[in-house]
Write a protein that binds this ligand. Structure first.
Ligand code: FES
Ligand SMILES: [Fe+2]
Length: 348
């Protein structure tokens, strides 16, 4: 749907010398690392379609588990064990290789027109504070039963938090009486950011430990960047917790969210660090679990960006409106049409 973008596809530390299967947008790839470099190839062997992720690496090469064809890092087959050495290797004996970069603890793969010159590819979004954080980040993962455009929207949706997460973040008023202040949305070519005040009087997890009480200056920052990144920051006075969330679109109904989390406080106490990292991951996963319950019920399954009238976005949905505008601009194919009978009922 969104082609010619760098997708964040994996956490860097989860790619080692062993081949690893990557499912992305309904297609399979294999990732492995050699001398620090991540290599990405199509997963289906050119010979008879076995999964290369089931094979093994030999330096920067990958050996198919079925008949042992050996692939170089550029995807070219360089050895067919059952043929004599004099037999030429056919030109078609190759699999596609993909450009890879690593930044912020994430592996980014370029998906789309591989003939597009590198300088015409949209950039990887900038997160300078994640380039060299005070200490290594904490990581977490959660699998949604939903399309990634819906999980992306959930990641930048300010209005749902007090309803879906009232157990986790609390509120000084009943959720139905809590307005969101008007907020400005800053749009870039491929991304958006917004910051708004949050009202809390009860906190769980890491923030409860740090703050103990409400902070009148508490703010939540939202950002998304095409194709699959949302960013969130929570700031209480000088304490700040930031996360990059990679929404890895496995297929139409599955999205794995992997996050990289940093904080600017309590970074220098080793035992506390481990506890806080675990706690951050646990609280983050509990929050995503609460989101999943609702997000997987949404119809249509995709964010209907090319049918603006299909849903009713209002002033407090400014971040979502920005997201849909960018989807409309860059998505290369329309959303699949839902049958009329599946349209939501209008309540009067
Ligand atoms: S299927 Fe891979 S070598 Fe035959
Ligand atoms: Fe949420």
């Amino acid at each position: 749907m969104l082609k010619n973008f760098w997708y964040a596809v994996e956490l860097s530390h989860e790619v080692g010398s062993e081949p690893k299967l990557l499912k992305l947008l309904g297609k399979e790839y294999v990732l492995y690392r050699h001398q620090g470099q991540v290599i990405a190839l199509d997963n289906q062997c050119a010979h008879r379609g076995a999964s290369l992720a089931m094979g093994w690496t030999e330096n920067d090469c990958l050996r198919c588990p079925y008949h042992g064809w050996r692939y170089e890092a550029d995807g070219r087959c360089s050895h067919i064990p059952a043929d004599s050495p004099e037999t030429p290797i056919p030109k078609r004996a190759r699999v596609q290789s993909y450009p890879i970069q690593e930044r912020y603890g994430l592996v980014w793969m370029f998906v789309g027109d591989l003939d597009l010159p590198a300088d015409r590819r949209p950039p990887i979004p900038e997160f300078p504070q994640f380039e060299s954080p005070e200490r290594p980040p904490a990581f977490s993962r959660y699998t949604f039963n939903a399309h990634f455009t819906r999980t992306m929207e959930n990641g930048i949706d300010a209005a749902h938090a007090l309803f879906v997460h009232k157990g986790a973040i609390g509120t000084s008023k009943a959720p139905q009486d809590t307005e969101i202040e008007e907020y400005d949305v800053e749009m870039g070519e491929y991304e958006m950011s917004a910051s708004l005040e949050i009202k809390v009087n009860r906190l769980n997890g890491i923030m409860r430990f740090v703050m103990q009480q409400d902070d009148p200056d508490a703010r939540k920052g939202y950002r998304f960047a095409l194709p699959n990144i949302t960013y969130s920051s929570v700031q209480f006075g000088r304490f700040k917790l930031e996360s990059i969330l990679a929404h890895i679109p496995v297929d139409d109904n599955t999205t794995i969210v992997k996050s990289v989390n940093i904080r600017n406080f309590l970074n220098h106490t080793p035992i506390l660090n481990i506890w806080l990292d675990r706690n951050t991951a646990q609280v983050g996963n509990n929050i995503l679990k609460e989101d999943d319950v609702v997000v997987k019920t949404q119809s249509p399954r995709y964010a209907p960006f090319n049918e603006m009238g299909r849903e009713l976005l209002v002033a407090s949905d400014a971040t979502l409106i920005a997201y849909r505008k960018l989807l409309k601009k860059y998505a290369d194919q329309p959303i699949e049409s839902e049958k009329p009978s599946e349209k939501p009922q209008v309540m009067v």
